[in-house]
Design a protein around this ligand. Structure first.
Ligand SMILES: [Zn+2]
Length: 361
């Protein structure tokens, strides 16, 4: 039966309902804005949005869709894996944040759900720290997946420092300089032979070799200028037969460190391991056995004014390659400045004269 009184209640109910609907919309819009304003990689923004919408396949979400029975966290096995658990509560994620920037460490509080956590972070953190936090969430999720699918688990401090480095303003820029700058050579020569760097830039070639029989890995570096003049060379070794790509990454690290030691700040870093080059150029943390070393390379590269990282086929990496024996036989690092071992000199001369002949071409 209609009465003024019931009509009043009805209207009020409808009013409240639409009020609730519009505040729900507002909430969604402000969440969306906070994610899209992030100063992070686009893939990180998309990821955070999916986490906020609770559509990532954590075990609890899978079980709601009746896909999985055991909802325990795949990492710690202690609690059910909700979004908040894997991103924040899990002791392994907690380790990552305790290695992060101070403002994030100070946020180690309890939250009801991920949205509450995110809003608190938006409220308290500077925009760069918020980007670090968002990147860290994405890395924690990748680590969780590579643990489930590849049985690999990266140390927490790597994730923390990767997230911090990836947000540092100079980090990405120094890595995305175009790979090739030299276009003045006949295209048939490109990629086949060693090419000199442009004037003012130093080219640092690296290579690695392993001798399984004697359990040794050797690393070598050759540094030349734009005229192909040998500036320096270095060999070192380790008494262990490393995985070939890990050894290549170690050699690349040696190359960066050596160039910096000599005071070079504009370099081209060149090697014949495509896997290592790709990993260095990748903005994301890759979960390979050599990614930890690559992370160190990336951190060092940031201190240079410019660094171009590029791949060259083995034919173009002869100088570094020819020092294989020297590297495997040395017990202590050997450094040559403005000179080199006899095995290296013919290659330096040959590559230098090929520059001159192709310039006249
Ligand atoms: Zn856990």
């Amino acid at each position: 039966m209609y009465s003024v009184r019931s009509g009043y209640h009805k209207a009020r109910e409808l009013g409240l309902q639409s009020e609730a609907e519009s505040s729900e919309r507002e909430r969604e819009v402000s969440l969306w804005r906070s994610v899209w304003a992030l100063q992070a990689h686009a893939s990180t923004k998309v990821f955070i949005w999916r986490v906020l919408k609770n559509v990532i396949p954590v075990y609890l979400n899978l079980s709601k869709r009746r896909i999985l029975v055991d909802v325990r966290c795949p990492i710690c096995g202690k609690e059910e894996e909700s979004v908040l658990h894997i991103m924040w509560i899990c002791e392994f994620s907690s380790q990552v944040f305790s290695n992060s920037v101070q403002s994030i460490q100070k946020m180690r509080l309890r939250f009801l759900d991920f949205e509450q956590l995110w809003l608190a972070a938006v409220d308290r953190l500077s925009s760069s720290d918020l980007a670090i936090l968002a990147t860290t969430f994405r890395l924690i999720w990748s680590r969780r997946n590579s643990f489930i699918f590849e049985q690999k688990f990266q140390p927490s401090k790597y994730l923390a420092s990767y997230a911090i480095n990836s947000v540092a303003p100079s980090a990405v820029k120094s890595l995305v300089i175009p790979r090739r700058v030299l276009l003045s050579f006949p295209s048939s020569l490109q990629g086949q032979v060693w090419l000199p760097p442009p004037e003012g830039i130093i080219k640092v070639n690296w290579d690695a070799g392993i001798n399984v029989a004697v359990q040794k890995s050797g690393f070598r570096v050759v540094i030349r200028d734009h005229l192909g003049v040998l500036m320096a060379a270095k060999c070192s070794s380790r008494p262990i037969a490393l995985d070939p790509t890990v050894a290549e990454a170690e050699a690349a690290l040696l190359a960066v460190e050596f160039a910096m030691e000599l005071g070079f700040r504009h370099i081209i870093l060149e090697g014949d391991s495509l896997a290592v080059v790709e990993d260095i150029l990748n903005e994301d943390y890759c979960f390979h056995d050599w990614s930890g070393v690559v992370l160190e390379i990336k951190a060092k590269i940031q201190r240079l004014f410019s660094c171009q990282v590029q791949f060259v086929p083995r034919e173009g990496n002869c100088a570094a390659h020819c020092l294989a024996k020297e590297a495997l036989n040395c017990d202590n690092p050997i450094t040559w400045i403005e000179e080199g071992p006899s095995v290296l000199l013919p290659i330096i001369i040959a590559e230098k004269s090929s520059i001159q002949s192709s310039e006249g071409f």
